[in-house]
Ligand binder design. Structure first.
Ligand code: SAH
Length: 203
């Protein structure tokens, strides 16, 4: 599958029906999701691999990983409504994903998922709840050797310091995350948030 075809497929995914600000529910736009996944695919981290999408929301990353030929894909999100939409998206696209409702910090869930080969995630940036990104980083490193994540461009020094001694950022791709007005604290109809797609590898 070509990058453009992946992007077109992911554009068909439904987003959050009622996005919840405290959970930082920002669906990854198809163009950004496809970019992350295709890059991971070219690095050999998707095809034939066991892939976990942490904080999968409506499942765009998980579905894309399945379309690119992952052997097994799992998606986890704390919001059961989002998981319902994710299941509908997977059915629409013909993606084979196991979606589970649960909290990233719940240790009892993870024997189901881990170990896996690759984690993909667009975690909360910690803008609403301070340090909300940390359990995602910790869990991803506990589960997989290779992690692809979308992070606010400004948080890179924090990320580097937080994972030091455990893992390191191997590559970072700067990109722009188009955001439509979705919460009352948004002052403009459209914004472009500078983000980085990072590849993190374990020591
Ligand atoms: N990965 C999706 C959604 C990104 S938004 C996409 O790329 O489109 C961040 C997601 O993290 C939301 O769906 C939110 O419900 C989920 N989330 C926030 N806190 C969580 C937690 N503690 N455990 C699991 N999921 C959580």
């Amino acid at each position: 599958m070509k990058l453009r075809h992946l992007e077109m497929a992911l554009e068909r995914c439904a987003g959050f029906t009622r996005p919840r600000a405290p959970l930082e529910q920002y669906g990854t736009p198809a163009v950004v999701a496809a970019r992350l996944l295709y890059h991971a695919h070219l690095k050999g981290d998707i095809g034939g691999k066991r892939v976990l999408d942490l904080g999968c929301g409506t499942g765009v990353l998980a579905c894309g990983a399945s379309l690119l030929g992952a052997a097994e894909v799992m998606g986890l999100d704390v919001d059961s409504g989002a998981i319902g939409t994710a299941r509908e998206n997977a059915a629409l696209l013909g993606a084979d994903v196991t979606f589970i409702t649960g909290d990233v910090s719940d240790d009892t869930l993870f024997p189901v998922f881990c170990p896996c080969d690759t984690v993909v995630m667009n975690p909360p940036f910690g803008a609403q709840k301070r340090h909300a990104d940390r359990p995602f980083i910790d869990r991803s490193l506990a589960c997989a050797q290779v992690v692809y994540g979308i992070f606010n461009a400004g948080t890179r020094p924090f990320l580097d310091a937080y994972i030091r001694g455990r893992a390191s950022v191997d590559e970072a791709i700067a990109c722009s995350f188009p955001l439509k007005r979705s919460f009352s604290h948004h002052t403009r109809d459209r914004m472009e948030i500078p983000v980085e797609i990072v590849r993190i590898i374990q020591k």
